[in-house]
Design a protein around this ligand. Structure first.
Ligand SMILES: Cc1cc2nc3c(=O)[nH]c(=O)nc-3n(C[C@H](O)[C@H](O)[C@H](O)COP(=O)(O)O)c2cc1C
Length: 381
């Protein structure tokens, strides 16, 4: 992935376009639960593998997120709510006191820099490996990831996950609720339940990965049940106004396959809509797709749209600004951008002024650690 850069406006017309840029709805304030956001640009959750081997956020993560505090909201990268849910080496966790203390450093730094943060809670399900987590992965059904997975000793074949018992389903729901309480203790304004991108909750939604014949598999009502139970438990634990949910209808990340998105997602949103949650977050949202409008009409609260930008592949020169504005015009309330925030700590200022964007350094996106490609992206002079 790489970005091209925009040129600095010099002509009269370009200067007028630049003034119009600053007037964009993206820069209007918005309410989100109890928060007032200074703009509508949300930093999407991005795993960067800079936590300790036991999932404790390192001080460098405080620097990285504080650099990006001008985002309307930061959704911090996927953090695992229990040991077995860990996906990759050096991802952060949120299930013991050392994790809370590590995250506290991050939220303090972001608050001191004027920002606001949610934490994404992610259980990997079949996207995990015993060498990484010390546990055999659990999933709705014993359907392996048809791919290799990154582990402490490099890429390895995935293992066949164990089918979760109903007791393990119940304890996982409780782990999400406990993790949400810890996230609030660590200073987060709320949490985002990750029901997207092929991880555990998404695996329950799809009949390709959920072959169960009990009350958690088969019909659409049964397949959405686990996500609904997790979200309800998290909302009961910390208050619904502190809880968002991320979904990715039809997204094929982690070899996910869904053949009934038009049935699953309206049903899921129909169950979640009564809970009074902070937001629904839709990955690869596309205003040309009828499902986007169906979900918008069905969701009474804040809708965060993460625009469908080229993936993989170069971002547009504007970093997704025009796509975001189209989604706002189509009814989204907030726009989440990932790679543009990753490469531009001061993305909001750059978009507001029409300044060029930094190119992304692909080699440093995930798995590598260190400052390079993490905290060393330049800001405008
Ligand atoms: C390095 C990297 C790590 C990511 N990690 C996560 C993650 O932890 N949780 C998640 O829901 N999505 C994750 N994503 C997906 C982003 O949140 C976002 O949906 C994706 O980058 C598309 O948005 P963009 O086109 O603005 O980059 C990741 C993306 C990248 C590039």
């Amino acid at each position: 992935m790489s970005t091209t850069t925009t040129s600095v406006p010099t002509t009269k017309a370009a200067k007028a376009a630049k003034a119009a840029t600053a007037d964009s709805a993206l820069f209007e304030p918005a309410r989100l639960g109890a928060l007032t956001l200074p703009n509508r640009l949300v930093m999407a959750p991005m795993t960067r593998n800079r936590a300790s081997a036991t999932g404790v956020p390192e001080p460098i993560m405080a620097t990285y997120y504080a650099q990006r505090a001008s985002a309307g909201l930061i959704i911090a990268e996927a953090a695992t709510p229990n040991a077995v849910g860990a996906t990759y080496p050096h991802i952060p966790a949120i299930h013991d006191d050392t994790h809370v203390a590590g995250w506290r450093r991050v939220t303090d730094a972001v608050r001191d820099a004027g920002g606001r943060m949610f934490l994404q809670l992610q259980h990997g399900g079949r996207v995990g490996h015993p060498e990484t987590s010390g546990h055999h992965p659990l999933a709705p059904s014993p359907v392996p990831l048809p791919d290799t997975i990154f582990t402490p000793s490099g890429h390895q074949e995935s293992v066949v996950p164990r089918e979760m018992t109903e007791e393990q389903i119940g304890s996982t729901v409780a782990d999400f609720a406990a993790a949400a309480r810890r996230a609030v203790d660590a200073g987060f304004a709320g949490v985002e339940v990750h029901s997207a991108n092929g991880y555990l909750l998404h695996q329950f939604l799809s009949s390709a990965t959920n072959r169960r014949t009990d009350g958690y598999g088969g019909s659409v009502a049964h397949r959405i049940r686990f996500t609904v139970e997790v979200v309800r438990a998290v909302a009961d634990a910390i208050g619904p106004e502190r809880v968002g949910v991320r979904i990715a209808p039809g997204v094929t990340a982690n070899a996910m396959r869904e053949d009934d998105v038009d049935a699953v997602y309206p049903a899921l949103v129909g169950e979640l809509r009564e809970l009074g949650l902070a937001y629904l977050h839709v990955v690869f949202a596309d205003p040309d797709q009828p499902l986007f409008h169906t979900l918008r009409a069905a969701w009474p609260g804040t809708l965060i749209a993460n625009p469908a930008l080229p993936w993989p592949g170069p971002l547009p020169a504007d970093g997704g600004r025009a796509a975001g504005e189209r989604l706002l015009a189509a009814g989204a309330d907030l726009i989440a951008l990932g790679r543009s925030f990753l490469a531009n700590p001061d993305l909001v200022a750059r978009m507001r002024t029409g300044a060029p964007l930094n190119p992304i350094r692909d080699a440093h996106l995930m798995y590598v650690g260190g400052e390079t490609g993490y905290t060393d992206y330049p800001t405008l002079g």
